[in-house]
Design a protein around this ligand. Structure first.
Ligand code: 13P
Length: 250
């Protein structure tokens, strides 16, 4: 189901105490919104976050997971472990996972399959680097990232997929894609899905934008017809900023 979503990817930030404080402030200040609101703290703070937010509108999601059920994968976390503590949604394919931890399309396809097999929802991230955009290659890069990881899925699986277009050059740089650039790419992505699966399915997929979304630019980006919300990094670490962005979606 296509829905509006604002998700905060906290990345490797916030201790347990800081997590508690930020969630308390977010809960107290959360405005009425049509959007689904999510936060993704680090693994070790997920259990406490789920406990703290029980009954709240804010969903706690994970930043990553492994493709295997369990086993000798030191330092990794499996889907069942997330489900067991009440996590139903996982972010996969973030550009930082791709760049710093060698995650490629083939690995991500396995992770996506595992998440779907476990009935989890996936926020699948992808996006071109600056050099790709400068070379005019950004549509090709995005097309291959999506096709390699997701286009072997059966149509039914797309109910569990949320896409997050995050141009790498806009992440943490303060340089956001313009609303027009975001819309152009999101429309392209929806067309790709329509080409593979038909227009009705494509119209039902939520496509989020991520990359230097702030309270000051959120409303304009979110006003674009193919932008269904945002995946927020830095600004999700400050309650008033994240709240300001949620207000931007209405
Ligand atoms: P920033 O909002 O800090 O640019 O990060 C975006 C992001 O990577 C969200 O996953």
């Amino acid at each position: 189901m296509r829905s509006k979503i604002v998700a905060g990817n906290w990345k490797m930030n916030k201790t347990a105490g800081q997590t508690n404080a930020l969630l308390a402030e977010l809960s107290a200040k959360l405005p009425d919104t049509r959007a689904e609101v999510m936060v993704a703290p680090v693994f070790v703070n997920l259990t406490q976050a789920v406990g703290q937010l029980g009954g709240s509108k804010i969903e706690v999601v994970a930043q990553n997971m492994h493709f295997a059920d369990n086993g000798a994968y030191t330092g990794e976390v499996a889907a069942d472990m997330l489900l067991d503590i009440g996590i139903k949604t996982v972010i996969l394919g973030h550009s930082e996972r791709r760049a710093y931890f060698g995650e490629d399309d083939a690995l991500l396809a396995k992770k996506v399959q595992q998440a779907l097999a476990k009935q989890m929802r996936v926020i699948f991230c992808f996006g071109e680097e600056l050099a790709d955009r400068k070379a005019g290659n950004h549509f090709n890069v995005v097309e291959s990232q999506l096709k390699n990881a997701l286009f072997a899925l059966p149509a039914d699986a797309w109910k569990q997929i949320v896409l997050a277009y995050e141009p790498v050059w806009a992440i943490g740089t303060g340089e956001t894609a313009s609303p027009e650039q975001a819309q152009e790419m999101h429309a392209f992505i929806r067309q790709l899905i329509a080409g593979g699966y038909g227009d009705a399915l494509a119209q039902n997929v939520s496509i989020l934008y991520g990359g230097s979304v702030k309270p000051g630019n959120a409303a304009e980006i979110f006003s674009k017809p193919d932008v269904d919300g945002g995946l927020i990094g830095g600004a999700s670490l400050v309650a008033d900023d994240f709240i300001g962005i949620i207000k931007g979606i209405g």
